[in-house]
Write a new protein. Structure first.
Length: 406
């Protein structure tokens, strides 16, 4: 399928605005990284805890942060989620030293309970309780209230309450909501209100990574990216010429550095999902560059007329439809993830969106101009080397005249 047929855009003639934009973005990203002491790594690489908390009515971020500082040492970050259907969520992240997973989770839960569930009065938090805990808490009070339930029926009642809670994002705002749950009669509901209370929040997800594991993961991620770039350099140098490999790898470095710089500028964390996105972009950008280079090689073999710059322009125009189709469709998918994928996929989708835009134009306005520049330099050297012997041969062919004195 071809969208554009026989186009003749002068891409190389318009390269300078894009090169200048790349230089500006690269400089801005490097300055931001220098000022902030490097990339902002997520808990995957630094070690820490990330907790997704859903509130009935979310307190201000500063109130959450203040409550956690009373029990947790170090930096605590609170990110409010403002997406449709999740307007009361907050992402809480904090560093972890040598504590166990249970200790970290317990500290966070204890701090939130002390601040936002102060009137528990010994009752069971229905938004935290397991099926077993619900059944054990209700067994004796139900018997005292004259509600005779066998163990099987009691377990079924606890499971029904638990399933109802999970179907409502793990959060019950009022115990009156349970009146429609199978097995919850008015007598059972009265006992529930006496023995339980709906906590103001529920923890939906907890991720905890130790600091040593985080450091190992960070080093492995760097190694993976460097190995991928080195392998692609060898492959392209073997398939084309070494300058083609150099141009492609420079373009990929360009894409990666700008993407990481934008992460620093927008204060976004780099975690394992972002590394996966960067590796995806390395392959994607490299593939786009190889397609253009392959067309350049074919046109050179066909010995088309015109300068090398004209052949490169022709090759870019011939692959333009393919570039627009692949980049455009991939970009639509990435922008959908960015807009609707939620906070967990935000870093991954942001890297894809930025990388697709930068990777597409770098194949045209970065990698291709490098080829043209090197070709011009090489031709200039050949012309100089050719002229020098030619002059010497002409000088040797001139007959010498010797004047003798009479």
């Amino acid at each position: 399928m071809e969208i554009f047929k026989q186009t003749n855009f002068d891409f190389l003639g318009k390269k300078w605005p894009f090169i200048i934009m790349s230089l500006v973005l690269t400089a801005a990203g490097l300055v931001s990284l220098a000022l902030k002491g490097g990339p902002k790594y997520g808990i995957d690489f630094t070690g820490g805890a990330l907790m997704d908390v859903n509130f009935i009515k979310r307190p201000p971020a500063e109130a959450i942060r203040s409550a956690l500082h009373k029990r947790l040492a170090g930096e605590v970050e609170v990110q409010e989620v403002h997406e449709a259907g999740h307007s009361q969520e907050a992402l809480i992240s904090t560093g972890v030293r040598d504590e166990t997973v249970q200790a970290v989770r317990g500290d966070i839960e204890g701090a939130l309970n002390a601040a936002f569930n102060p009137d528990a009065a010994g009752r069971l938090d229905i938004n935290f309780a397991s099926e077993t805990a619900i059944a054990d808490r209700l067994r004796d009070p139900l018997q005292r209230a004259g509600v005779a339930l066998s163990d099987d029926r009691l377990q079924a009642l606890a499971k029904a309450i638990f399933d109802y809670r999970e179907s409502h994002s793990g959060l019950i705002a009022s115990l009156d909501q349970l009146s429609g749950v199978p097995g919850v009669t008015p007598q059972v509901l009265t006992v529930l209100k006496q023995e339980c209370f709906p906590g103001s929040f529920a923890i939906r997800r907890v991720d905890i990574v130790g600091p040593k594991i985080g450091a190992d993961l960070r080093q492995q991620a760097i190694n993976v990216v460097l190995i991928a770039l080195a392998a692609m350099l060898v492959y392209i140098a073997f398939r084309f010429e070494w300058i083609y490999g150099v141009a492609a790898v420079i373009a990929v470095f360009h894409d990666t550095i700008i993407t990481i710089g934008l992460f620093s500028i927008f204060n976004k964390q780099i975690d394992l999902t972002v590394i996966a996105a960067l590796l995806t972009l390395v392959g994607y950008s490299m593939n786009d560059t190889i397609v253009t280079f392959d067309r350049i090689r074919e046109n050179l073999r066909l010995q088309r007329r015109g300068s090398f710059s004209e052949i490169v322009n022709l090759s870019i125009n011939q692959t333009l439809s393919r570039t627009v189709l692949t980049s455009g469709l991939t970009f639509l998918t990435a922008i959908s993830l960015f807009l609707f994928g939620g906070p967990v996929l935000n870093g991954f989708s942001f890297a894809l969106v930025v990388g697709i835009i930068i990777g597409t134009y770098s194949s045209i306005f970065v990698a291709s101009p490098i080829l043209v520049f090197w070709r011009n330099v090489a031709e200039g050297r050949r012309r100089r080397n050719f002229r020098a012997p030619a002059v010497d041969s002409r000088l040797r062919s001139v007959p010498k005249t010797v004047k003798t004195a009479k």
